[in-house]
Design a protein around this ligand. Structure first.
Ligand code: FAD
Length: 474
């Protein structure tokens, strides 16, 4: 693909999250000169790992889905020839949900999962089969048609049993940070299909292996990555991007800019005044981000033998009113825990657990972080892993402010914008923007979240740019 001689780069990508890295790899593969600027000292955004006292912890994302033949992650890693270079194992079961009356296992064998659900809810047997097979077989376009519906409305079409509906809604609360009455059916379905029915994939060495491999590929394809490189401004002239400004006022010119970072930051902070129409800016300012998460990291001694299955997400559902759990999470107090998720790492050394939590202010989390850590450990010990506290050799946590500090995601949002039906596919926040040659890629596009989703958007944004280039160059 011909390159522009006046510009330092064909495309600059702000952020080396999975969305930015995938986009960068495909642009570089098409022959474009690409630079990714990442403010953190390591790539990956929410998909990173860190080391403490000889233990490796995944910081946020701890597995991914959609790696079946034909799944988005599978298709993307294959297209980049990375499927053979990364050793990816699917842990079985990917998820277990424990409620006061049931323990449901979601494993590789879908028929087994269906039978387990039917055994627990025999009066819903036919509907369970219809529901699961609809999720597996439906074409993505069918989900788009449902975009004005909530996940609750969608579940109500199939089921009457409130316990079953709560169990099938817990992954949406955990992985979408909204209850069934507020989350779009489109998102709830995608979470269930991509995270639960085709979930549990994990790269050897930890989640950091995924972004590290994408960086390697980017460089092999001639692309560049600058770490500890905060983008301070996106430069625009005559409603068209011209490049970005870094620290010390360094300007780098580029024909395209792709923002993989928080869209609020992109439009409110990185753009100069009067570049975006006032009404569009106000709309973006009034958009609601998803809730954040409080993440607990524990290293476990070798003598503990009653840990959950490695690589499995163990969900605890204390009662069946998920709506209440969401409203409680918005005001989360240290003495009020409820649903949580625990993931025992595939290397069998560490535990990651999370609960939905609000951003609040930095003082609140400074004052309460350690209280939360201890209360959370007690909660896990009581409900999911007995005797846990006797075997902990290291403990720490990330508060919503930690989430913000490492990724600059607005208010530490775990999944970009809250995916209410009204916020889904917001025209001002799609991959193409009102500014010529400015594109978005990642979980702030109002279209997706989670690793398979942002990887797909990264690819799709690259395709849009390549198509534009091809049209320009004939
Ligand atoms: C606790 C937690 C657990 C999760 N677990 C899972 C899971 O198990 N599986 C799953 O699929 N998903 C999970 N998710 C969701 C998933 O991790 C995210 O949806 C996804 O990783 C987002 O990718 P992204 O590329 O859109 O953006 P991000 O990962 O947010 O990356 C954006 C990047 O932009 C950089 N940046 C921001 N501003 C600037 C700037 N001005 N200049 C330069 N760089 C900048 C940031 O540092 C960051 O690296 C989890 C999320 C959280 C918070």
């Amino acid at each position: 693909m011909p390159k522009s001689s006046e510009n330092a780069y064909d495309a600059i990508i702000i952020g080396a999250g999975i969305g930015g890295l995938v986009c960068g790899c495909f642009l570089a593969k098409a022959g474009m000169k690409v630079l990714i600027c990442e403010q953190h000292f390591k790539p990956g955004g929410y998909c990173t790992s860190f080391k403490r006292k000889g233990f490796t912890f995944d910081a946020a994302a701890h597995s991914f889905g959609s790696y079946r033949e034909g799944g988005n992650m599978n298709m993307i890693l294959k297209a980049l020839d990375l499927d053979k270079r990364l050793k990816i194992t699917r842990y079985d079961p990917s998820d277990i949900i424990i409620s006061p009356d049931h323990k449901i296992t979601f494993g590789i064998d879908t028929e087994k999962t269906i039978k387990e659900l039917q055994h627990a809810f025999p009066h819903e047997a036919d509907n369970i089969r219809k529901f699961i097979y609809y999720l597996i077989n439906a074409k993505p376009i069918e989900f788009v048609v449902l975009r004005k519906k909530t996940y609750k409305e969608f579940l109500d079409q199939y089921f009457k049993d409130t316990q079953l509906k709560a169990i099938l809604s817990l992954p949406a609360l955990g992985n979408g940070a909204l209850p069934p009455s507020l989350i779009a059916a489109f998102t709830g379905i995608k979470i269930f299909r991509e995270f639960i029915l085709d979930g549990g994939y994990y790269p050897d060495g930890g989640m950091q292996a995924l972004p590290d491999m994408l960086v390697k590929k980017l460089k092999e394809l001639g692309g560049e990555l600058r770490l500890t490189c905060l983008v301070k401004k996106i430069k625009v002239k005559d409603n068209k991007v011209t490049g970005v400004v870094l620290d010390k006022n360094e300007f780098i010119s580029s024909r395209y800019v792709v923002s993989n970072c928080d869209a609020r930051q992109t439009f409110v902070k990185l753009m100069g005044k009067k570049i975006i129409a006032e009404k569009d800016l106000n709309k973006i300012k009034n958009m609601i981000p998803s809730l954040s998460l409080f993440v607990l990291y524990l290293a476990i001694d070798k003598t503990f033998d009653s840990l959950p299955t490695p690589g499995t997400n163990l969900w605890y559902l204390p009662h069946y009113n998920i709506e209440d759990m969401y409203f409680l999470a918005k005001k989360r107090k240290v003495n009020k825990f409820d649903a949580h998720m625990v993931h025992f790492s595939p290397d069998k050394k560490t535990l990651l657990a999370f609960i939905n939590a609000p951003f609040k202010n930095i003082k609140y989390w400074k004052d309460n972080k350690h209280k939360f850590i201890d209360a959370f450990i007690k909660e896990i010990e009581e409900h999911t892993i007995p005797n846990l506290s006797r075997h902990i050799v290291y403990k720490d946590a990330a508060t919503p402010h930690t989430m913000y500090r490492y990724t600059l995601n607005y208010r530490g949002a775990a999944y970009g914008w809250a995916t209410f039906p009204e916020q889904l596919f917001t025209p001002e926040l799609r991959q193409t923007t009102a500014i010529k040659n400015l594109f978005l890629a990642g979980h702030w596009t109002t279209q997706t979240q989670g690793i398979p989703g942002v990887a797909y958007i990264g690819l799709d944004t690259a395709k849009l740019i390549i198509k534009k280039e091809t049209n320009i160059n004939g």
